[in-house]
Design a binder for this molecule. Structure first.
Ligand SMILES: *Cc1c(COP(=O)(O)O)cnc(C)c1O
Length: 500
């Protein structure tokens, strides 16, 4: 299978090249030339397979230039019990008869980003080997909190790579920041940017698109690559857990093969929900894709009106990993909805960059709304959702998952559709103890040590405190760098060229 770019369909690449490059040189995103199908027989065979075997079955369809052996090596280095604290890797938790929570936070950093970022470094190194590429790969990441740590953890000490993470200095939770600035490894850097996530993401994109700078790096045998969800190697592993969840629902006899399920995804950069869309395109019986936003509800407005308008203030919320106004992966969905019209995509993306707004055609909006539903939860509603779920089910969810559950309620109220639903749970509640505890009306003293909150949360939830969070207490801070948004390139240059 070959890959192409959303902004130039005349281009054709192998998957190994796409994974190495991250983003196309025309500014577009890579995607497969067609979406392979998976039939019910194949899904039925998966019922008695474990997560690793299911992942191999699915990755094989997309990575046709890899051997099955290579795929197996890559997958089993990622999804094992040294890295994940649950052997099922992405288990379902049944909340009630038609709602299942897909727990995507059993990896080493307790957010769903691990599902992809534990595997991406192995995919990248394998892609370099296969193509005889001796360069070192410098991974640049802009993070709204969880990607940064997951990428640092995934790439730390991986031979032939550097990893540099930019996070909004004031825009991530205390726990998220602590996770990043204590990261060990001799190829890692975490840098605070004075600005918000969009500033960090724009800065990283500008570095990727700076031809002169890239040539300078290439002269030192360094290539830039991306671990953000614009990289196809990030999206692909995310398709696996939606398919695996469907198979698990059949296995547990909650549905019959062929029954429809709806999927709810707390959304920021549109990567996770796009993976669910691809699973649907492959033939998984998914009904509605329910897109849940926080108060930064650009996507809700877009899906409801067809107008994408980023011209608004980014709000800081208690679900910081969704504080985003430019959802990069939407470009891939638009490409599909416009029947792969690269000119149209280029025009709209240019408009977004220059004017901050674009509008899709009425027939495309109709297609969009036939598959997607969207709503949002502000912070007050998010807190209420955490409390309501705990009171009714004694199950503690994090702030992002709570946004998803509130939006599911909106959906069911508005449509009366009570189809079996899978809610993607994107982070462990332990990553956001302060917000979660205040939602549960637990009194918190101002300035109370966050680690004592973990103990309280453990008492309430009955869940053990994740080891890697417990360990953070008193760990040495290793990364103290902070820069302005126009200094990011210089930071990268210093680290990659002058320091090595
Ligand atoms: C990254 C993240 C999201 C948003 O996912 P996208 O793929 O960017 O839409 C939601 N919740 C959590 C906890 C995250 O880390």
């Amino acid at each position: 299978m070959q890959y192409t770019s959303t902004r130039d369909t005349k281009k054709s690449f192998k998957s190994a090249d796409v994974i190495k490059a991250g983003i196309s040189s025309d500014g577009g995103l890579f995607l497969p030339e067609y979406i392979p199908k998976i039939d019910f027989d194949k899904l039925t065979e998966m019922i008695n397979k474990n997560y690793i075997q299911r992942a191999i079955d699915i990755l094989e369809l997309f990575l046709t230039d890899f051997t099955v052996d290579e795929i197996e090596q890559v997958v089993s280095s990622a999804y094992n019990h040294e890295k994940f604290d649950d052997d099922r890797i992405a288990p379902l938790h049944k909340l009630n008869k038609n709602t299942h929570i897909l727990e995507l936070w059993h990896g080493p950093t307790y957010a769903f980003k691990d599902m992809a970022l534990q595997i991406l470094p192995h995919l990248l190194v394998k892609s370099a080997q296969k193509t005889g590429d001796m360069s070192k790969f410098a991974i640049l990441v802009a993070t709204s909190g969880d990607t940064g740590k997951a990428a640092l953890e995934g790439f730390a000490d991986v031979e032939g790579t550097y990893i540099i993470v930019f996070y909004p200095e004031q825009g991530v939770s205390h726990m998220q920041k602590l996770q990043m600035i204590t990261q060990e490894g001799n190829n890692v850097a975490a840098i605070g940017v004075i600005g918000n996530f969009d500033d960090a993401q724009t800065g990283v994109k500008a570095i990727f698109n700076d031809r002169e700078f890239n040539e300078k790096l290439n002269a030192s045998s360094i290539k830039l690559s991306s671990a953000n969800s614009i990289n196809w190697g990030r999206l692909l592993p995310q398709i696996v857990y939606y398919i695996s969840a469907y198979v698990d629902l059949v296995k547990s006899e909650n549905i019959k093969m062929g029954d429809k399920v709806n999927v709810v995804v707390p959304t920021g950069n549109f990567g996770n929900i796009l993976a669910a869309y691809y699973a649907r395109e492959m033939g998984i019986p998914i009904g509605k894709l329910i897109c849940a936003s926080n108060a930064n509800k650009v996507l809700t407005d877009f899906i409801r009106t067809g107008i994408y308008d980023r011209r608004r203030e980014l709000k800081k919320t208690i679900s910081p990993s969704m504080d985003i106004l430019v959802s990069s992966n939407l470009e891939r969905l638009l490409f599909e909805l416009y029947d792969r019209d690269d000119h149209k995509i280029k025009q709209m993306m240019d408009l977004l960059m220059k004017k901050g707004v674009y509008e899709i055609d009425a027939y495309v909006l109709e297609k969009l709304q036939s598959t997607f539903y969207a709503s949002y939860a502000d912070d007050t509603e998010t807190m209420k959702s955490i409390k309501a779920v705990y009171d009714e089910y004694h199950y503690v969810v994090d702030t992002h998952t709570a946004v998803g559950l509130k939006v599911l309620e909106d959906y069911r109220r508005e449509t009366g559709d009570n189809t079996m639903t899978v809610v993607a749970s994107t982070a462990s509640p332990y990553k956001f103890p302060e917000s979660v505890l205040s939602a549960l009306n637990v009194p918190i003293e101002p300035g109370q040590d966050e680690f004592s909150l973990l103990d309280v949360l453990s008492d309430i939830s009955g869940l053990a405190i994740p080891e890697n969070l417990k360990k953070l207490k008193g760990t040495e801070i290793r990364h103290k760098m902070v820069c302005k948004k126009d200094e990011m390139k210089k930071m990268v240059e210093d680290i990659l060229i002058y320091r090595n």
